[in-house]
Design a protein around this ligand. Structure first.
Ligand code: CAA
Length: 523
């Protein structure tokens, strides 16, 4: 099917981005929005995005004029009669989408495709309301649409093969990578992304860590392009709650029940970037980023301690790589010119407990009689935070017990900064911060593969192309080590009693060497 003329219904952030993608690929676009204010806001969003490309030297003035000239704003669906394909990007309410689709049914040629960009609703339910359900597939773009390369092409039991083929070919023509998926809540990418973002919101609301530390743990500790709270602001908190509600209905369990804070912020109108505030605040001058950038490196004003006691993890708790890391840490501290002792009886300014990802500062600190002076230190899986750039400094997790003094925590921050590492602070809970977020996320990916919904390659493609991950979850699992994943998830499962953290059989199999983690070997 030859698609030359397209329509976009709904000109919010996603609609405007999708219209831009179509126009840049040479298609004539009619952008429809019934609300005049939203229509002109959407058109200027698109125009600003194109002008940015000109200012960055990515487009010439002539190309800009040509692309902008292909976009025709339309006040009503009636203006779409000549379209070969129309994509609806209206609010995520089944009744609203169905009303749009039946209006389109009246206006379009019977052979035209009506795609839905729904991120959460059942494509089957949307399609079933059309007079031509076989020509109503899902075409799910990612935000920002001009940048993210994935398009999930969602087929239902009703989809005609020719329609799926036409949409797949169109996505390729747009410069995107189409991935065919069946109609299931969240498809691949959102079903993995949203529970992880929800988990981050819950860690924030339960004071596990600060907003900036949560986001830094993910960017510097795992190498993802954005922290989860900043990403929630980008997606929109209201949209995120809507997707989570659908996932919760379909799958149940604590991973999907929206964190109460997400609802509170949504109710307060703090829905993220689009409203000017969410977890962060956004200003007119910096529409693309927080008004106050995250306080990344905690400028620690505390003096670097001159003497430090380093306590090994208790026997059994930290056997293996972590006790090796404690020895390595001791030599790093000494190399930085700080006097370090392993003898708990020596009087020093600071006590560092070299804990594993299970946590547990208080026991060894109390046994040494130094509870107020003791801070846990954990170096989460080294190397993950470097992403593809390869060259980022290591990240240290500093862990305070309920008895740790502010002075000790500040001194530990200064010590770690002297060692050239970045710092996040975590409550003393199983998984700490990086491990809790990372391994629970990887667990969801493994469970999806074990379910047979997608393949390991499908998971990695979705998250690298849809969410900009430098390496996908299966590759992250291979690099972090499946044994480490079992260890951290096991601690979280025991600590919280939540089956959502139980290491799944397929992961145990990878960890036991029963089979290699797919996609992770030899690269
Ligand atoms: N529109 C158009 N282009 C944009 C843009 C926008 N809103 N935001 C950034 N860009 C472009 C920039 O112009 C820049 O292009 P060039 O390199 O060609 O000049 C490029 O993207 C990189 O941008 P920046 O240098 O400003 O910023 P960055 O390197 O920090 O990247 C980012 C920004 C692309 C958003 C990156 O942080 C990222 O990939 N984040 C993850 C986003 C993500 O996960 N999206 C999926 C969300 S889930 C979803 O959308 C599905 C759903 O249903 C909810």
């Amino acid at each position: 099917m030859d698609i030359r003329e397209v329509g976009v219904v709904g000109l919010g952030t996603m609609g405007a981005g999708i219209a831009e993608v179509f126009a840049r690929a040479g298609l004539r676009v009619t952008a429809v929005e019934a609300d005049a204010g939203t229509l002109s806001a959407g058109v200027s969003l698109l125009d600003r995005s194109l002008r940015k490309l000109v200012s960055r030297g990515r487009l010439t003035q002539d190309e800009y004029a040509e692309i902008a000239g292909r976009v025709r704003p339309g006040p009503a669906i009636a203006t779409l009669s000549g379209a070969d394909l129309v994509i609806e990007v209206v609010p995520e309410q089944l009744a609203v989408k169905r009303a749009v689709i039946s209006e389109l049914d009246q206006v379009l040629r019977p052979s035209a495709i009506i795609a839905t960009n729904t991120s959460s609703l059942s494509v089957t339910s949307i399609a079933a309301g059309s007079a031509h359900p076989g020509r109503v597939p899902g075409m799910h773009f990612f935000n920002p649409a001009p940048v993210m390369r994935l398009v999930e092409v969602v087929t239902t039991v009703l989809t005609e093969p020719a329609t799926a083929a036409a949409v797949t070919a169109l996505a390729t023509r747009l410069g995107k990578t189409p991935v065919l998926v069946n109609d299931r809540a969240g498809f691949v990418a959102n079903a993995l992304l949203l529970p992880y973002l929800n988990h981050a919101a819950r860690l924030f609301e339960t004071k596990h860590a600060t907003r900036d530390d949560i986001d830094l743990a993910v960017t510097a500790g795992i190498g993802l392009p954005m922290g989860p709270l900043a990403l929630l602001d980008l997606i929109g908190l209201d949209t995120s709650v809507a997707i989570l509600e659908v996932l919760a209905r379909e799958f149940g369990g604590t991973r999907y029940a929206p964190a109460p804070l997400l609802r509170r912020l949504t109710d307060a109108g703090r829905t993220g970037r689009k409203s000017g505030a969410g977890f962060y605040e956004y200003s007119e001058e910096r529409p693309g980023g927080p008004a106050r950038p995250p306080d990344e490196d905690h400028a620690d004003l505390s003096p670097v301690p001159g003497t430090v006691t380093l306590i090994d993890p208790p026997a059994g708790a930290g056997a293996g790589p972590h006790s090796d890391r404690a020895a390595e840490l001791a030599s790093q501290i000494a190399a930085a010119g700080i006097s370090v002792t392993r003898n708990p009886a020596h009087a020093t300014e600071l006590v560092i407990v070299a804990i594993g990802p299970e946590g547990g500062v208080l026991g060894p600190a109390t046994a040494a009689g130094r509870a107020a002076d003791a801070v846990g230190l954990h170096l989460p899986v080294p190397g993950l935070g470097s992403g593809t750039a390869g060259q980022s400094p290591g990240l240290a997790e500093l862990v305070r017990s309920p008895l740790t003094s502010d002075r000790a925590l500040a001194a530990a921050g200064a010590l770690v900064a002297r060692l050239g590492m970045r710092v996040v602070r975590s409550a003393d809970r199983p998984g700490l911060l990086v491990g809790a977020l990372l391994f629970a996320h990887l667990r969801d990916a493994i469970a999806m593969v074990a379910d047979g919904y997608t393949t390991p390659e499908g998971v990695d493609t979705a998250m690298t192309l849809g969410c900009g991950y430098p390496r996908g979850p299966m590759r992250l699992l291979a690099d972090a080590g499946p044994q480490e994943a079992v260890r951290v998830l096991g601690a979280m499962h025991r600590g919280y009693g939540d089956p959502a953290f139980a290491p799944p059989p397929l992961l145990r199999d990878y960890a036991a060497g029963g089979q290699p983690v797919p996609g992770g070997t030899g690269t």
